[in-house]
Design a protein around this ligand. Sequence first.
Ligand code: HPA
Length: 270
Amino acid sequence: MNYDETVSFLRNTNPTFNPEVAIIMGSGLGGLLSKMDIQTSIPYQEVPHFCQSTAEGHEGTLLMGTLNGVNVLGMKGRFHFYEGYHSKQITYPVRIFSLLGIKKMIISNAAGGIHPDHKPGDIMLIKDHVNWFFENPLVGPNEEQFGTRFPDMSNVYDSHWRETIKSIAKEKNIKLHEGVYLGNKGPSFESAAEIQLMKKVGVDAVGMSTIPEVLVARHSGLKVLALSCITNLATGIAGGAHSLEEVYKKAGEAAENMSELVTEVLPKLS
Ligand code: HPA
């Protein structure tokens, strides 16, 4: 692997910056940019061995700065299976987080709501996941410098952090669901029959990302907080076809609340 080249490049670009938390700004968290005091902004094309994000609404920029007093390495734009990337490419940045000494990761996504209480524009705190990608970025020789061959998956989405963000949401009067996220490779949306199957086994929301990054983060011992923007009701739940316009519009609506929650929770993650 070429980790050293990437790590040296980032260290040389801003030698005094010590990132504490990595934030993968998927849907809902782009607004953090305007709240962040940005010191350095690097297009992915300039970062050795990073891939380019091709998904609409996912411009690729790596940011170093502070947010609410915390040093943050932000990824504006992320990589998905449906773009044709391998799980090791998707998760390469998470290896870099770990090598930079980062121990905390926040990640967000857009998802279709399956739980009957979900409405487009709501936010769901992820408490567990179903890896329907049926691929795992940790397959292959174990990279011992990061973690163990068989990483534990019992507290993937840190339970203390979940309590912390739930209490912030309550204080701020922001509706925050908590549930199980299923990751589907896409790019096609799920069929109505698949959604019924997912519902029966306790899935609350479905999206096309996040799980690969989370698996690699947990392998190297990073703690994880993950949030879904419920942009639409999953196939067959409300009837009718999906519209991408709807997804973007509702992501925008949830964004303000999600950014506020993340900003507030940052200094409280320990
Ligand atoms: N399914 C999968 N991914 C999604 C959805 C959905 O309904 N909405 C936003 N991302």
